[in-house]
Design a protein around this ligand. Structure first.
Ligand SMILES: *Cc1c(COP(=O)(O)O)cnc(C)c1O
Length: 485
């Protein structure tokens, strides 16, 4: 253990101060506070110098792995680079200082960003209108499903309470449907990883609210029967929901609106480069075709007769309110900056480059890793563990060993269709040199698995913490210093 890996409480020394406040000013503030709000005792905080505190947080930050510290091919998560200009714009005092309760006339710039971003996303996806209010992908799913429910109810079609979800779907799809009070009907995938149209047909009747599709699906494969699926579902009176969290490979190439989708959500914190990991903040805007626009949540941004933009809509309207105000505005700003910086021309390169990178890695590694579905992929693909499994080295071992070589692990054991799934998504923001470096290390690990399997089974060896009990860490987190001693 290094000296500064110590808990900051252990560095504490009675009476040491890392700050000095202007006491006259603060005494005056204290005098104005109601007695009940004034703390009687000093809080039990570590007493350290400013330098100790700086070192503590700097070292903590280096114990983590982020896209700014290395390649992060986490499938389905699109860990692309968040350009620093996004941060600069989001921190601009003119944006960072506004309050959602200010009069509309004083926040025209912020409302303009909302309106323009909604327009850009409509253009990119082929939808008629967008709400930017939902806070995450799953929140967008719930909002989209509420819109579908409202649409059927408004037509008096109340028995449509069942929703079809493919077995390859992201776990949030059935979860959001359940939260929305819908019954989930599963449709199977074929051997080739695509939705089985023959399995779908008998499920379609007048109780079906719609189908949730991910395209490309979670295996990174394009659902090429989508036109037929759209026609079948529409024919039975259902709507098509598009899980656009993984829209990245389609950007500039294909539009879900043109495939026949009625509602979709996007993950700005994936496709549109805003930072993610660690639980937020994110943004899951929802786009709809024109016939669903009346059911979008409030508030909406609308240009009034006075020529100004306004936040409008009352709680009881449409599907109501899904967030306090207008979503995570800082995230919206980053995504808007990203789109403007790319511009019309370069935005068209996002999808093709993401797809090229994924196929390059897949083809380079398929001699060492088992490739259950050997076809052209989109932005990501799935291996089913090492090709040679004779030394019983698992996908988990490979993932842990990658950390020793400075790469974040890919997504593992998802999707559930394969026992040893390793799901790799490089994104378009990585150079060929980085991809080559990753390929070289993956080949090296495959060789180690034969020659020295123990080094993999005990990996990682170089990280601040080794193999964690992730379940206990999530179920019984110890968040207080006192619980440790
Ligand atoms: C990430 C993801 C989601 C969920 O997004 P969150 O912002 O984490 O709620 C949904 N569907 C797919 C396919 C995803 O990759």
């Amino acid at each position: 253990m290094k000296y500064y890996d110590k808990l900051i409480f252990d560095l504490s020394k009675e009476g040491r101060q890392g700050y000095s406040l202007p006491s006259r000013k603060w005494n005056a503030v204290l005098a104005d506070l109601p007695a009940g709000l004034v703390r009687g005792e000093e809080p039990a905080l570590p007493q350290v110098s400013e330098l100790d505190a700086v070192r503590h947080y700097t070292n903590l930050s280096q114990m983590n792995f982020g896209v700014d510290s290395g390649f992060y091919p986490l499938g389905s998560c699109t860990m692309k680079y968040n350009p620093k200009i996004n941060e600069e714009i989001a921190a601009h005092p003119g944006f960072a200082g506004v309050h959602p309760l200010q009069p509309d006339a004083t926040v025209q710039g912020a409302l303009w960003v909302y309106e323009q971003l909604a327009k850009s996303l409509s253009e990119i996806t082929g939808m008629a209108e967008f709400t930017l209010n939902p806070f995450a992908g799953a929140h967008g799913e719930l909002t989209g499903l509420m819109i579908i429910r409202q649409y059927h109810m408004a037509r008096g079609d109340e028995k449509r309470t069942r929703i079809i979800v493919p077995d390859s779907a992201h776990g949030t799809n059935p979860a959001s449907a359940a939260v929305c009070g819908l019954e989930i009907v599963q449709v199977k995938s074929k051997e080739n990883g695509l939705v089985d149209v023959e399995d779908l047909k008998p499920l379609l009747d007048d109780t079906i609210a719609g189908i949730m599709m991910t395209n490309p699906n979670t295996l990174g494969l394009f659902e090429k029967d989508i036109k037929e699926i759209a026609a079948l579902v529409h024919e039975c009176g259902g709507l098509l929901y598009y899980d656009g969290a993984n829209m990245n490979p389609l950007v500039g190439m294909v539009r879900p609106g043109d495939m026949g989708f009625d509602v979709l959500h996007l993950n700005l914190h994936k496709t549109f480069s805003t930072p993610h990991g660690g639980g937020g903040p994110g943004a899951g805007p929802v786009g709809v075709a024109a016939h669903l626009a009346p059911y979008l949540p409030v508030p909406k941004v609308v240009r009034g007769e006075d020529g100004l933009l306004h936040m409008v809509g009352a709680d009881g309207e449409a599907c109501g309110r899904v967030s306090g105000f207008m979503g995570n505005f800082g995230v919206l700003l980053r995504a808007f900056t990203y789109i403007l910086m790319l511009g019309n021309e370069n935005v068209k390169m996002v999808g093709p480059l993401a797809v090229l990178g994924a196929n390059y890695i897949k083809e380079s590694l398929k001699d060492c890793f088992e490739l259950p579905i050997d076809s052209v992929c989109k932005h990501e693909f799935v291996f089913d563990g090492l090709k040679d499994k004779s030394t019983e080295v698992t996908t988990l071992d490979v993932a842990k060993r990658l950390l020793d070589y400075g790469f974040h692990a890919p997504t593992i054991y998802f999707p559930l269709l394969f026992h040893q799934a390793i799901m790799i998504e490089p994104t378009e923001t990585e150079s060929k040199e980085t991809l080559d470096g990753f390929i070289e290390i993956m080949k090296h690990i495959a060789a180690e698995a034969i020659e020295d399997p123990e080094s993999l089974k005990t990996a990682p060896h170089t990280t601040p913490v080794r193999r964690l009990d992730e379940t206990t860490a999530a179920r019984q987190p110890i968040l207080k210093y006192k619980d440790i001693i």
